[in-house]
Design a protein around this ligand. Structure first.
Ligand SMILES: Nc1ncnc2c1ncn2[C@@H]1O[C@H](COP(=O)(O)OP(=O)(O)OP(=O)(O)O)[C@@H](O)[C@H]1O
Ligand SMILES: [Mg+2]
Length: 274
């Protein structure tokens, strides 16, 4: 059988502390193919560090090791720095929680959406503009030309997040990692953005690793869920089974119904240490 798009085996991430190295990701393994896999778990369980490890974007003082980390059959553990740059430009895209921190306020939207084309292709300015307008249209923005020449401050949160998605998809990555891509938005907008990510994932034949607090949303939009607790994998299950999970931890997450307000706070899970 062919190897999955992304394969992670025995991945650990540690940080130095006064008491020695602390493992925040502790020997986890999972895979993502052309499907939507959700990485869920309480705050501090290691979801973001897992996503960043896959992108080669860990904080500089973090230490990482893995038995295997491969993407499209390519071994990422032996990749030189230039290979990581190419990978981030062409192979894997990352969307973060809040477009306010991801879009540069000093540059117009069009330039930011086109940036990866500028870095990784030889397209002309006119060709880049055409592709950017096409992608702004694909992510459901009305009047792409106006958005193209706007500054981020002129956009609402939902529009900003659509722009981020356009910027990430313009080079047609094979895998998208979306770290809480909607937690700064209201519920109605969250559903719209997740539905958009889902349809684009299918249209482009991508894999999507969706990092989320919100299990009820995950049940609606993902194919499978990997549940993290204290840096380990508590269980892995089909999204359809989340409502009836065996693990008490997963059931507590299911009942917790997080919101933008509770983002970053610890969920009330019985005595669970991170
Ligand atoms: N730069 C850092 N230095 C030391 N420890 C860190 C650093 N960044 C994160 N950690 C620790 O790593 C652990 C995992 O963090 P991570 O950000 O992956 O959690 P998370 O599951 O994404 O949480 P959230 O749902 O709140 O985003 C946490 O205990 C956190 O305190
Ligand atoms: Mg996180």
């Amino acid at each position: 059988m062919a190897e999955p798009l992304l394969s992670v085996q025995d991945l650990s991430v540690s940080f130095p502390s006064a008491a020695g190295m602390v493992r925040v990701v502790d020997g986890i393994g999972f895979s993502v193919d052309r499907e939507i896999v959700a990485l869920v778990g309480e705050s501090g369980s290691g979801k973001s560090m897992t996503g960043r490890a896959i992108m080669g974007l860990l904080p500089h003082h973090a230490q990482m090791r893995a038995a295997r980390l491969s993407f499209g059959g390519q071994d990422l553990l032996s990749l030189p720095a230039s290979g990581w740059n190419a990978l981030r430009g062409n192979g894997i895209g990352l969307i973060l929680q809040d477009p306010k921190y991801s879009l540069n306020p000093a540059h117009k939207v069009g330039r930011q959406v086109e940036e990866t084309l500028l870095l990784h292709t030889r397209l002309s300015g006119a060709e880049r503009r055409e592709q950017a307008l096409d992608m702004l249209h694909k992510v459901g923005l009305p009047d792409p030309k106006r958005v193209y020449s706007s500054y981020p401050a002129a956009l609402s949160g939902g529009m900003g997040q659509r722009v981020m998605i356009a910027a990430m998809l313009i080079n047609r990555p094979k895998l998208l990692i979306a770290d809480e891509p909607t937690s700064a938005l209201d519920r109605e907008l969250q559903s719209q953005i997740l539905a958009l990510l889902r349809s684009l994932t299918e249209e482009f034949g991508m894999g999507l690793l969706l990092i989320s607090h919100d299990l009820q949303q995950v049940a609606q939009f993902a194919d499978r869920a990997v549940v993290m607790r204290g840096g380990r994998i508590e269980e892995e299950l089909a999204s359809a089974d989340l409502a009836n999970a065996q693990s008490a931890y997963t059931r507590a997450l299911w009942a917790a119904r997080p919101s933008a307000k509770t983002y970053g706070t610890r969920l009330p899970v019985y005595g669970a240490g991170a």
